[in-house]
Design a protein around this ligand. Structure first.
Ligand code: F6P
Length: 358
């Protein structure tokens, strides 16, 4: 008997179900003596032994369904070694559940925090295979995560819709795009949506440069401007502050998010009307785009192969359009940032997009 535990952890995204389907279909093609234990709400299910037995049928018809059939939760890595409110040791509890059910392997789908815990479980002797999910595309060790392209589609659609109203009213629109500490979704959606200014955490901006770019457009007869700003974007001034100084400064300003701060700054510096649009969690919702359906199915299929090969302790990853296995020890704790000197940024600049830096 092959006993597999499965969980989805961290923020949800499109194609989580598609990826799990890929794993399970791949396993059932090779083995009939299979038990699948689906842990509910991420690591919480493993800690508190909340699971349900899943059959092949449970993975049918979910290729196109957003969210996760298992539910998910954020269990911060830094708290994993801290006992819960009843004094329970979470790591020991996870190991206990794993051994109690005589699992052969855990299949864990998640982003950065999830991978740190997955690596911890590997170090504790559990067999683990992981799949890289996140709209942020910030997982080190893979060219692409699933969820990313679907989020880019949603964010692009928002920019497209804003475009028509921005041109009709001659307004400056600030569209805030998700991505946590990185700017991948903003960069791709910004280019795809024809944004005039793209602001990323990796390229600190200068307000003078932004104001100049807007004025230049107005003088050229283009009275509207689209600014795609990543939720983690930062000014050159703030980028020089220590973490503590920045935290204190942000606590004083109390802007609900970066779009509001940017709107106030732009309003002060230009003569134009400014509005904001925040697609927020719509970027993580709904059906995965075809690219993510294909990517997650391929990653899932290779995860099934890794399990059948008993090759554990690795993340399925994309490298030059090949699916490869990367050791978890190499992935855990590292972020993949947009390189300000990368081709894509350089090419965007060639077409006249301002990144607010020069
Ligand atoms: O990691 C995915 C993500 O959507 C980030 O882009 C964003 O910063 C964060 O999750 C939002 O988290 P929550 O769903 O907890 O509000």
């Amino acid at each position: 008997m092959l006993r597999i535990g499965m969980l989805t952890s961290g923020g949800d995204c499109q194609a989580l179900n598609a990826a799990m389907r890929g794993v399970v279909k791949g396993l059932f093609q090779a083995r009939k003596d299979l038990e699948i234990y689906g842990f509910e709400e991420g690591y919480k299910g493993l800690i508190y032994s909340n699971f349900r037995m899943l059959k092949a049928e449970d993975f049918s018809g979910i290729l196109t369904v957003g969210g996760t059939i298992l539910g998910t939760s954020r269990q911060p890595f830094k708290l994993m070694r801290v006992p819960d409110e009843n004094g329970l040791d979470k790591v020991e509890a996870m190991k206990h559940t794993y051994h109690k059910l005589s699992l052969d392997c855990l299949v864990i789908l998640g982003g950065n925090g999830t991978h740190k815990t997955a690596n911890l479980l590997r170090e504790e002797g559990l067999n683990v295979v992981t799949l890289p999910k996140t709209i942020d595309n910030d997982l080190w060790g893979t060219d692409m995560t699933f969820g990313f392209h679907s989020a880019v589609e949603v964010a692009t659609d928002t920019i497209d819709r804003i475009h028509t109203t921005a041109t009709s009213h001659n307004r400056v629109f600030i569209i805030e795009i998700m991505g946590h500490k990185v700017g991948w979704v903003t960069l791709y959606a910004g280019i795809a949506g024809g944004a005039d200014i793209i602001l990323l955490p990796e390229i600190p901006y200068d307000m003078d440069v932004i104001a100049e770019a807007i004025d230049k457009r107005a003088k050229a007869g283009k009275k509207f401007t689209i600014i795609a700003v990543a939720e983690g974007a930062i000014s050159k001034e703030d980028a020089k502050l220590s973490k503590k100084e920045l935290k204190d400064k942000q606590a004083k300003k109390k802007y609900p998010s970066v779009a509001y701060e940017m709107a106030e700054k732009v309003q002060k510096r230009t003569q134009q009307e400014v509005r904001i649009a925040i697609p927020g969690h719509t970027q993580r919702g709904g059906s995965p785009c075809p690219f993510d359906r294909v990517l997650s199915t391929r990653l899932g299929a290779e995860a099934a192969r890794a399990i059948l090969d008993e090759d554990y302790g690795c993340m399925m990853s994309v490298k030059n359009d090949k699916i490869v296995r990367v050791p978890l020890s190499e992935v855990a704790g590292k972020l993949k940032y947009v390189d300000p000197k990368s081709e894509i940024v350089r090419q965007a600049k060639i077409t006249g997009i301002s990144f607010g830096d020069e």
